[in-house]
Design a binder for this molecule. Structure first.
Ligand code: ADP
Ligand code: GLC
Length: 489
């Protein structure tokens, strides 16, 4: 191995295909592969959750001790494997009491009450493991609040071994900040002098993300638009001023897509392969989807898909408010998701009354997500905020035109339909209201029926677009350099 390779320690709470609740996992499974291709030496660390089968992994010899302040030293096991389809090593921190649970962060809508300790543990274990492997990282790359304390750990408790390690923190979602009772400061062992409003303090609480933003060498988020938005009160979730104070080190880098996974010309989850030169397979996928949901099988009824977490962020209350009006139109809607109970109940109920037009699947299904991407004519993402959003980018590749609210990554990736715009690839609305959602969908139906050749051209254009990880990874390399320069000065 060349001595000059940039060494990166990448730590995340979820990584595809091992554990996933959302896009963080897609990014953590794909970005390290792209960074490795660019010549870095990168390792990934995540928890060994209960559902990750140990028998498929290799155990590292010996236990790993993790200092946890007043809790004492906790000993865990570590397992290893590779991110599938790559030679990127991934390490799993196995500590039954913290990660041997059925979910990742919460159950029945209730966050686990020891989430502070669980993720302090993950962050410290990642550094201890790095030492054990004699892996001296040039960069530690943290993701979201779960690992946002990594920079301060390197600068304080772990300084002896990580003094030369520069840090990058990526914000995938500012809404979740990791806020806990201030006693967590003792478990972190970074010194109470860092409990101040410029760093980790939020009144009586410690806020991991706030502290991470202050202490990291470089800060990124997952689209340029979102990098701007989080500096405003509407999107800043109380951190806007804090972020503005650190904007000199903030970069927006749009996520890429893993086109091995999301590609209609070789997707084994869907009924028929297709691509822009021959769209016949898409019609078969549509029929398959209609059959799956027990809808009328008809090529001419426009079919709109939705896949996503049932969370306020995703604009579900707007869909709920508009749904009855929408169901009076000549269309079909399919929804896949799980999360907030009111939404699961509500959409289940409405679907039971409108079986001919609305199909709802409550749950998590990767196969069905692929079928919806392929079989729908349009894909709905009316998010209130969306740091990047991956589904609209997947939809483009499947020729399924996105209908989005113009926010964050949705605004950056979708160009609104206008008759003479040769770049348009979807439909956008601006106001976060059921009214705007309803009228935009009505408009898309008109285009679908009355401007067929424009609709088709947009599909062709959408399918030709590429959001490659290589491009994103090159931008991260620049940020790594920025972080190192900053760290050394
Ligand atoms: P977020 O990370 O905010 O949830 P993204 O659009 O970045 O939003 O990523 C969501 C990812 O999770 C996509 O890969 C999407 O297909 C997947 N996903 C979300 N909900 C489900 C579900 N119920 N079943 C299958 N996949 C899902
Ligand atoms: C978050 C965001 C989503 C983004 C994903 C991956 O969960 O909500 O917009 O695509 O992270 O960065």
């Amino acid at each position: 191995m060349s001595k000059d390779k940039l060494k990166v320690l990448f730590v995340a709470a979820e990584v595809v295909p091992f554990a996933k609740t959302g896009g963080l996992a897609d990014v953590s499974g794909a970005l390290p592969k792209a960074l490795k291709k660019l010549g870095t030496e990168i390792i990934v660390v995540m928890p060994r959750y209960y559902k990750i089968d140990k028998s498929q992994l290799q155990a590292l010899p010996g236990a790993l001790g993790v200092p946890m302040g007043p809790i004492g030293e906790l000993w865990c096991e570590v397992f290893t494997s590779f991110i599938p389809g790559s030679d990127v090593p991934i390490y799993f921190i196995d500590y039954e009491a913290y990660f041997g649970r059925s979910a990742l962060y919460d159950e029945e809508g209730e966050a686990y009450e020891d989430n502070d300790n669980r993720f302090i543990f993950l962050s410290k274990a990642a550094l201890q493991l790095s030492k054990k492997l004699s892996f001296q990282p040039d960069i530690v790359h943290a993701n979201d609040w779960h690992t946002a304390i990594l920079p301060i750990l390197c600068q304080t408790r772990f300084y002896e071994d990580f003094a030369n390690t520069a840090s990058v923190l990526t914000i995938h979602n500012l809404q979740h900040q990791g806020e806990f009772f201030k006693g967590a400061m003792d478990v972190m062992e970074v010194g109470w002098e860092h409990f101040n409003p410029m760093e980790f303090q939020k009144y009586e609480n410690v806020n991991f993300l706030r502290g991470g933003i202050a202490t990291t060498d470089a800060l990124t988020t997952v689209s340029e638009k979102y990098a701007q938005e989080i500096q405003t009160p509407e999107f800043g979730f109380g951190l806007e001023e804090h972020i503005r104070a650190h904007r000199g080190k903030l970069f927006g880098i749009l996520n890429g897509v893993d086109y091995h996974e999301w590609n209609p010309s070789c997707d084994d989850h869907i009924a028929a392969y297709y691509d822009s030169d021959d769209m016949r397979g898409k019609a078969l996928c549509k029929r398959d989807l209609q059959e799956y949901f027990g809808l009328k099988v008809d090529d001419n009824i426009p079919l709109i898909g939705f896949v996503g977490r049932f969370a306020e962020q995703k604009g579900l209350s707007m869909i709920a408010e508009a749904i009855r009006g929408l169901l009076d139109l000549d269309l079909q809607i399919v929804i896949l998701g799980t999360g907030e109970k009111w939404a699961e109940f509500f959409f289940g109920e409405v679907a039971a009354k409108h079986r001919d037009k609305l199909g709802v699947h409550i749950g998590y299904s990767n196969t069905l997500a692929h079928k919806i991407e392929a079989g729908s004519d349009m894909f709905l993402m009316p998010s209130l905020f969306e740091p990047c959003g991956l589904n609209q980018i997947y939809s483009l590749r499947y020729g399924t035109l996105p209908i989005v609210r113009a926010t964050g990554g949705l605004d950056d990736t979708i160009i609104n339909y206008e008759n003479d715009n040769p770049n348009s690839n979807g439909f956008k609305f601006y106001e976060p209201s059921a009214w705007a959602l309803y009228h935009t969908i009505k408009w898309t139906l008109e285009v679908y029926h009355n401007e067929k050749s424009e609709f088709f051209q947009m599909q062709q254009r959408a399918m030709a677009l590429r959001f490659d990880w290589e491009k994103a990874a090159l931008s991260y390399m620049k940020v790594y350099q920025f972080a190192r320069d900053k760290h050394n000065n």
